[in-house]
Design a protein around this ligand. Structure first.
Ligand code: 6YU
Length: 551
């Protein structure tokens, strides 16, 4: 029959598996499924949701004033999303005076870095109607902030005082000048020190000698600089800037545009991408245990053709394929690559996995009944006056992990969120934090806030929620960086498909495979498109119904 004929034709087409439904996997699947050459596409995801490190959740109990009526919606949010996606959050939970609601917060990616024409995440989110008008304005797209948008900030010290904005601004300018200098080593044959951290400290040690301030001011300036070191650890997703390689640091590329957020949650993007895929092609709760390649596998029950790739899941189910695109995080590969891929990776790729950096940056959300910060403040930064980048930090995690948390965003606007802070904490201290109970985290941060405000009676936050990216078994950290001992060439080596003779059995995507946009959502999406394009160009996609590589 005609139907049988069509099925046979489809069966003859290449079978592709995509492992991981983050932006890289979804991007690859979306691009492949839009071509008629790939009707046999399957996406296997270990968890029960799409998005990976893009993950929006509900948090907080904002309270509408009496008689406020339904909250106004911002243009484009929620209602403007793609067809078929019901956002469960950002809705009014219950009605009547004093009703409460919960708002969406981001457990993973927060901003679109550089939202402008060249940024595919920005483009896709705009097309789906997920951004507000301000974010999409031409004006916003032109703003160049060099990756560090300036929000109205207040600097609190652990001695209970607010630091002078002038003093802070001077130190910030010094730090960003030095940081800009670190990007200039890119094409230099040699660097004097291996890491960004060592370079910054060396320069600071030089400069201090010329400072004419009194001793107290000098110490304070060093303490503020130390806060910027910790902030930079969050940006790079590393324990210490001493782990971040100096030479390649300038290779990370920044796009123009004032970083923006998703009014209805970043998660709207993977949700929209997911709905564009054939429903039966995506399997959740399907952790892949091993990817076997270079083989000759045949379906047990069928005579049929043979496949070079066999993927086995933790539940024992096996899938055969011509091609597999692996998009699992570098953290997962670091832990499992020796058993996850069989035969094992060639040494060059295994070395790249070992040498590239993959660290932890977590968020801690705190909800307060009343704000302790001034109304116009959008960023709270924390300075520990007894610290300096020129003095080795203590290593007692239990006693001092909370000192690594040096910045809180005030979620905007308060009419929507209530009074919610989002703290960022990177490195080993962040990983230690993951092992504590919510109550212990809340207690420690209440103590910190008592110190900052000098008010030991300030009411503790009424609610806490945090991310635990290091403990997440299918992520094992937050994002990649180019560590001391590695370079951009390692990123390219990681991205190289297997085998090396252009058969493209195993392909690699994910943020850690993008040489200039690693650690970002747009890097992830572009890497997925790159690998889909690699397969598309392998086949003659004109209307041949044959399984015919175009080599
Ligand atoms: C951005 C931002 N942002 C904060 C925090 C985090 C990240 N990023 P995925 O992990 O998404 O998908 C893989 C899937 O595979 C996943 O679903 C797994 O479950 C699945 N899987 C794993 N093993 C499997 C198996 N065995 N079988 C089947 N499935 C399996 N990016 O653009 N803006 O604001 C932030 C932030 C807390 C954790 C971020 C941000 C990073 C992005 O989230 C991340 O890159 C992508 O989502 C990854 O997508 P993916 O598909 O590759 O993997 C100079 C210099 C410095 C460089 N850095 C500067 C930029 C700073 C980056 N910004 C970070 C800031 C925040 C706050």
């Amino acid at each position: 029959s005609a139907r049988c004929g069509m099925e046979a034709a489809a069966e003859a087409r290449p079978r592709v598996l995509v492992v991981g439904a983050g932006l890289a996997g979804l991007g690859a699947a979306q691009r492949l499924s839009s071509s008629r050459a790939f009707p046999n596409l399957r996406l296997l995801e270990s968890t029960g949701r799409a998005g990976g490190r893009v993950y929006s959740q509900r948090f907080g109990t904002g309270r509408a004033p009496r008689g406020a009526g339904p909250r106004p919606r911002r243009a484009g949010a929620v209602s403007g999303g793609c067809a078929g996606v019901q956002r469960p959050w950002g809705k009014d939970w219950g009605a009547g005076p004093g009703w409460v609601w919960s708002e969406v917060v981001e457990i993973g990616a927060h901003w679109i870095h550089g939202p402008s024409k060249e940024n595919p995440v920005f483009q896709l989110a705009s097309d789906y109607g997920l951004l507000d008008e301000e974010a999409m304005s031409e004006e916003n797209q032109k703003i160049e902030v060099g990756g560090h948008p300036l929000l109205p900030a207040v600097f609190y010290s652990n001695t209970g005082r607010v630091l002078s904005p002038e003093l802070v601004e001077g130190v910030r300018n010094l730090f960003s000048t030095l940081l800009d200098q670190t990007r200039e080593f890119l094409h230099m044959p040699q660097v004097s020190v291996p890491s960004v951290g060592e370079y910054l400290r060396k320069e600071i040690a030089q400069q201090v000698k010329e400072w004419t301030d009194d001793d107290e001011t000098k110490w304070l300036k060093l303490a503020i600089l130390n806060t910027y070191f910790k902030l930079e650890c969050c940006v790079s997703g590393t324990h210490s800037m001493d782990h971040v390689a100096l030479g390649p640091f300038g290779e990370y590329a920044m796009l123009p545009g004032l970083d923006c957020t998703f009014p209805g949650g970043y998660g709207g993007l993977p949700d929209c991408m997911l709905t564009s895929l054939p429903k039966e092609s995506v399997l959740f709760h399907k952790p892949v245990m091993v990817v076997r390649w270079g083989g000759s596998y045949r379906e047990e029950s069928q005579e049929g053709r043979t496949f070079p790739v066999q993927v086995e899941c933790e539940d024992g189910e096996r899938f055969l394929a011509d091609h597999v695109i692996i998009t699992v995080p570098l953290g997962f590969l670091k832990e499992h690559h020796e058993t996850f891929i069989d035969p094992p990776l060639p040494p060059r790729k295994a070395d790249a996995i070992r040498q590239l950096g993959f660290g932890t940056n977590n968020k801690i959300f705190l909800e307060f009944e009343q704000p302790f910060w001034p109304p116009d403040c959008q960023l709270i930064e924390v300075v520990w006056e007894d610290e300096s980048p020129l003095v080795e930090a203590g290593t007692d995690l239990q006693a001092s992990w909370f000192r690594k948390l040096i910045v809180f965003l005030v979620l905007q606007p308060p009419e929507r969120y209530g009074h919610v802070l989002c703290g960022f904490i990177a490195g080993k201290e962040s990983e230690y934090m993951e092992t504590l109970s919510d109550a212990a985290v809340l207690r420690a941060l209440t103590d910190v806030i008592h110190k900052l405000t000098g008010n030991p009676h300030l009411a503790p936050p009424k609610k806490v929620m945090r991310s635990q990216w290091h403990s997440a078994p299918y992520t094992r950290g937050s994002y990649s960086y180019v560590a001391v001992g590695s370079s951009g060439d390692d990123i390219d080596a990681l991205a190289q498909p297997l085998p090396e003779d252009a058969l493209l059995q195993v392909l690699f995507a994910g943020e850690a495979t993008h040489r200039t946009f690693y650690s970002t959502t747009h890097g992830a999406l572009l890497s997925g498109w790159r690998e889909a394009d690699r397969l598309l160009s392998l086949y003659d996609t004109s209307e041949s119904h044959q399984h015919k590589p175009r080599l």
